[in-house]
Ligand binder design. Structure first.
Ligand SMILES: Cc1cc2nc3c(=O)[nH]c(=O)nc-3n(C[C@H](O)[C@H](O)[C@H](O)COP(=O)(O)O)c2cc1C
Length: 189
């Protein structure tokens, strides 16, 4: 039997990301799991729900650019640290080595993350408690080790998934079936 469980947000797990910004000349990193894919065309837009109470918002709004880093499960400690310490009182700039791409120096990326994207701020949606930053992807870099035929191999990235119910990081399981393919068996002949 089904049970009503109130207005629980059941849209988990979500991908755990680390956004990189620069504030007062110093790189700052924030863990963000409330992420979305806004469209899958050209240009490509991503969304990030960031509480207005955080330090990072200032950097994203001022620079109009930020990085989106995808940590692997071996970075769980650093990822969590970026999510429990605020740049208002803690210098998080030297926890992990950073790098930049030309023209986007205000969006520091994390060397240890196998995949990083640069997003230009396209829009900010002003919700009661959160800024939802819509970023347009302008560049993506990936470690060669996580690529297969020049595409990102998610099993090699081994990303951290976040679940709010258990308040735990999870990892990927096995692939289940081909997408846009498994359903074909139900097509009427
Ligand atoms: C796993 C995890 C996921 C998080 N996801 C979000 C999120 O999606 N949105 C948000 O506003 N804060 C999120 N946080 C909280 C911020 O990362 C945290 O408050 C951080 O210290 C703010 O850093 P800053 O003040 O330097 O910007 C998350 C924290 C953790 C540990």
């Amino acid at each position: 039997m089904k049970k009503q469980i109130g207005k629980t947000n059941a849209l988990y797990p979500s991908l755990t990301t680390i956004l990189g910004t620069t504030i007062n000349g110093r790189p700052n990193f924030i863990t963000i799991a409330h992420v979305g894919i806004m469209n899958h065309g050209d240009p490509q837009y991503l969304s990030f729900g960031v509480s207005k109470s955080h330090f990072s918002n200032q950097g994203i709004i001022e620079n109009k650019v930020f990085s989106v880093n995808i940590p692997s499960r071996d970075l769980v400690v650093e990822t969590d640290y970026f999510g429990i310490m605020t740049g208002k009182s803690t210098d998080k700039s030297s926890v992990l080595e950073t790098f930049c791409t030309e023209g986007y120096e205000a969006a520091p990326m994390l060397k240890r993350c196998p995949v990083s994207m640069i997003c230009k701020l396209a829009r900010t949606i002003d919700f009661e408690t959160h800024d939802v930053f819509i970023g347009e992807i302008v560049a993506t870099c990936a470690d060669e080790e996580v690529l297969a035929n020049n595409k990102i191999d998610i099993s090699k990235v081994n990303p951290l998934l976040f679940d709010m119910s258990s308040i735990q990081y999870w990892s990927l399981g096995e692939p289940v079936a081909g997408a846009w393919n498994a359903g074909k068996v139900l097509k009427k002949k």
